[in-house]
Structure formats: structure tokens, C-alpha cells
Design a protein around this ligand. Sequence first.
Ligand SMILES: [Zn+2]
Length: 385
Amino acid sequence: MRPLCEGLFQLRYGDRRPLAGPGLQRHGISAAAAKDLVDGYASGISRTRQWFADAGWPDPPRGVEGYVPVYVLDPLDVVGVGADASGTIPRQKAGFRDASTILLRSSLDVIDRDRWRERAEVEAAHETAHVFLHGLLSPLAQNADAWKWFDEASATFVERAIFPGHPETLRFARQWIQQPELPISLWGCRETDEGYSSAWFVRHLVNLYGSAVLLDIWGKAPSYRRPWLAIEEALNSRGASLEDVLWTYYAYGDGLLDPAATALWGEKPLTWILTEKGETTEEAPIFPEGCRNYEIALPAGAMAEVSIAATRGILGEIRAEIFPIGTNTGMASRGRLIKDGDSKLKGVVCGGTRLMLVVGRPQPAQPRAFPPLGPTATLVKVAIT
Ligand SMILES: [Zn+2]
């Protein structure tokens, strides 16, 4: 195999059909793809290393040879069934493998060959980011499972921070746009993607407080059981609350946070449009850290009362406000629904089309926001009268 050094990383790759000697078979790179893959991987690694260095991160541990090894191969044989993606093998606490090891694919499942270099850069950036993150919290640590969603969210965020012009960095934005009702800390559930789509929450944090906030949160990882506790403390130390930051994440809108993602995957979904007095929606679950949008469209001049009733759970777990459509970006002229007894939130709307945003309050001390429909979901019905 040929080594190529990129600072503290060493990229090792070989040919599928060499001029002499043994071929690496499917672990080798085809001659046609060699330049795009090797150049793309090397560029992704060195750009990512620079990004972390600029943000003040410590170098991750090196292997015994003085490098973080990066192998180009077919991960299936190494990692096992179902592993057809690039990945990072965690560093061990003891033994010969004291550095994380990156595995990058010897061929990509991207149909457009013109995009191979871009995809290679993005995959290398993602895995290199994991190496820096794992330098602060090993995936073998006791609390690592609880941090997995934030690990994937952070690595996916870094891809797009470094290569904003590569459309490949939007592949996980689909779920972010289309399923805002799922909790941000989604992980360990079949329907979800283990946290990749929560990259846009990390983007929101960094937009608000700069890239230092990411290092601040990850620096707390060894001593915090769960990322939300570390995120909450990092926000509190900046004079902000987790609840308000979560609220602005949803209220400012996807289009402002990442216009390219909205252009590609469309606008955020509505749970229901209410157009007439007397209308009641079906029950919908609101998870902690999840969001639902209801549209209330009344004729001009009409007035109605909007109410949200919890059919399970408690209303203290949600926050709801009504915005005139198109102005929610400015957070102006909003109407917060007020508590009416133990089981109802109420507010008055005037004619026109308005958006009601319902957000599940974050619960940092809870282990996980899932399983779906578990005890953490509040079921709500919306009515206009
Ligand atoms: Zn990953």
C-alpha cells in the first residue's frame, strides 16, 4: 500500500490492478477513480485538521508510528455485515491501537463521477472530525452511547462548515427539514438516523456563539453523562437558556439557517391547517426538543380562540406561540398561548393566515427523548372555536 501523509494523518491506499505484484482486489482503487478519491480524501483530511486547529482543538492521539492511520478499503470485510460506509474505529485505552483509525471506501456509491472528488472530501471531513471529537471523548467511554447523536451531529456539521459549496453536505438535511417533530437527540430508533440530521442544531449553536461553543461542549464530555447537560451549561455560561435557544432554532425558520437545504428539500411540513371555527385536529405527539407547525387560516376580519389540549402528558412540557405568516423570522407580533387550567393553552387569533409553532421543552436530565410514543411524548389536540 502507498502511504500519503497529511500532517498527523497517514493515508494508505493501493491499486485494484497493479502493474506488478498482488492486487488489492475490491479494497484497491480503480485507475479511473484514483485521482479523485486520493486527492479528495487528502484534501478533506487536511482541510478538516486545519478547521479544528483554527478553532483551538487539541491534536488527537497519534498511533505508535506517529500518525492517525487512514486506510482506503472496502469496510465490509473489516467492520462486518451492513458496514458499507466509511467509518472510524475508536481508539483503545490500551494496546497497540492507541489512535483512532479511519476507514475510507475504495469506491463510492455516487452515480455522478464528476461528484466523486466532492463526496470523497466530505466523507474524509466527516471521519476526520470524529477523530478530533473522539480525542476528547472515546466512544469506548462509559457515557459514550449517550453522546453518539451529538458525535454524529457535530461531524456532519463540520462537513458543511468546511465544504459549504458541496451539495453532498446536504444529504442529511432531508430529515432535518421534513421531520421537525422528531427530537434533536434522536438516536437508537429505527426510524431515525442516529443524529446526523441534528447537525443543523449544532449549526444554530455555532451561528449564535461561534465555533468556540462546540469545543466548550465537547470539553465537558468526559464528565457529563449526557450532551444536553453540557450544552445547557455552555449556554448558561453565555447568558442564554437552552429553552430559548431551542425555541429560536425552530422559530427563526429553516430558510434562514440553511437556505440551500430548504431550496433542495422543500419547506417544513405542517401537521394541520385549521380553517373554520369548530375544527379540531387529531392527536399528535410532541417530543421534547421536537416541533410541530399548525397553520391557522381565517377569513379577514374573523376572530377565533385557539386552544391546545393535552390528552396525555402535561402542557408544561410544551411551548406554543402564534405568528403572522412570513414574520416569524423577526419574532415580532407573536402571541404566546397562555395556560388555562391544567390541561389547556389558549390564545386569540384575528383573521388572516398564521403559523402556530409548538415546541417540546428540552429535558436535559432525561436519558433520551425516545422511544416514540413513550412516556416522554405529550399528546396534543388543537381546536379553534
Ligand atoms: Zn459519523
